[in-house]
Write a protein that binds this ligand. Structure first.
Ligand SMILES: [Zn+2]
Length: 123
C-alpha cells in the first residue's frame, strides 16, 4: 500500500518524524517525499534547526545541578519564611510586648482603684 505525502502532510509529519514517532508507512512516504521535494527538505532543515535550538536552550536553562540548586533555593526560602531565627526573634518580643501591655493595663487599673478608693464604695 502506497501512501502519498504532499507538502502540507509532510509538514504535519515533521514533528513526529523528529521524535521518531512515525508509523512505518508514514515514515517511508515522508522520506520518499523529502527525497523528491527540495521545498520540504529545506523546511525540515529549518524545523530541525528550530527544534535543535530549543533543545540547546533547554540544556543551557537546566544544567545538571539545576534540580539541586532549585531545591537549595526553596530550602533557603522556606527557612527564611518559616524558620528564620530573625523572624522568631521578632515574634517573641511581640508576644512579650502584648504581655507587658496587659500587665501595664492591669497595673494602671489597680493603681487607679487604689488612688480612688471612694469610687469602689459607690452604691
Ligand atoms: Zn514537499
Amino acid at each position: 500500500m502506497e501512501i502519498t505525502v504532499d507538502h502540507a502532510r509532510a509538514t504535519e509529519l515533521f514533528s513526529a518524524y523528529w521524535d521518531e514517532d512515525l508509523a512505518p508507512a508514514d515514515l517511508s512516504a515522508l522520506e520518499e517525499h523529502l527525497k523528491s521535494c527540495v521545498v520540504c527538505r529545506r523546511e525540515y532543515q529549518t524545523f530541525k534547526k528550530t527544534v535543535g535550538a530549543v533543545g540547546g536552550l533547554d540544556r543551557v536553562m537546566a544544567p545538571p545541578d539545576f534540580a539541586e540548586e532549585v531545591r537549595a533555593r526553596i530550602r533557603k526560602r522556606s527557612r527564611g519564611r518559616f524558620f528564620s531565627p530573625r523572624k522568631m526573634a521578632e515574634r517573641i518580643p511581640y508576644e512579650l510586648f502584648s504581655l507587658v501591655m496587659l500587665g501595664l493595663i492591669l497595673a494602671i487599673y489597680i493603681v487607679l482603684q487604689l488612688s480612688h478608693p471612694a469610687q469602689l464604695k459607690l452604691p
